[in-house]
Design a protein around this ligand. Structure first.
Ligand code: SF4
Length: 209
């Protein structure tokens, strides 16, 4: 495989995965599809930053330029009632669209910069991507990019990219700025949640073996 469709959640999160894939001899083609980013000016800024990054590193870039607030809300509000439902919906939507785009445009495989994030639910996203790979008849290229977390931050700073302060949706923006819980406490809770999700994932894998 020499070319891969890389779903880009944003510019900064793309820095390390692009470097790593190129070191492996794989050329990524960027694809921005993120109806989860709000409000409009923030979405536009992240879209522009993703394009700016692609230009700076000389990478082919495609973007879905529809701002998806209303569609996102239609899906997010019912999902909000389920434990973890909103983020699961969000991963599902973006990874399915990436798999579909990859298949329709003749890519052999796809992956996502979501697998670089230390804040997302890695195991759940991996299972979701594998499911859609099978559905659309395209390969999912799995790589855990999280070990390059700091390196990615350093590259994004060197390139002078805009770095966003919250995940994307209006809910995450509220969580980020709510005064009732300190940021330190929010980070601690997030870490705890991720550790629990990873432990559950490991347990599930061990039970299957
Ligand atoms: S918190 Fe992030 S992953 Fe979860 S729904 Fe919002 S944008 Fe998507």
């Amino acid at each position: 495989m020499d070319k891969i469709l890389l779903h880009m959640c944003c510019g900064p999160c793309s820095c390390y995965p692009v470097k790593k894939l190129r070191e492996e001899g794989i050329e990524p083609v960027g694809y921005f599809f993120n109806p989860n980013i709000h409000p409009y000016q923030e979405w536009e800024r992240r879209l522009q930053t993703a394009g700016e990054f692609a230009q700076k590193v000389n990478m082919e870039f495609h973007a879905d330029e529809n701002y998806g607030l209303r569609d996102f809300m239609k899906k997010a509000l019912p999902a909000e009632a389920l434990p973890n439902g909103r983020c699961e919906m969000c991963y599902t939507w973006r990874l399915e669209e990436t798999a579909r785009f990859a298949a329709e445009h003749g890519f052999e495989a796809f992956t996502s910069t979501l697998f670089y994030s230390i804040y997302q639910q890695h195991g759940l996203m991996r299972r979701t991507a594998e499911h859609f790979a099978q559905k659309y008849g395209v390969k999912f290229y799995y790589e855990d990019f999280r070990p390059g977390w700091q390196e990615g931050i350093d590259i994004s700073l060197e390139l002078g990219l805009y770095r966003q302060p919250y995940c994307g949706c209006v809910f995450s923006e509220e969580e980020r700025y709510t005064k009732s819980v300190s940021n330190r406490e929010k980070k601690r809770r997030m870490k705890e949640k991720l550790q629990m999700a990873e432990a559950a994932e490991q347990k599930l894998l061990a039970a299957r073996l």
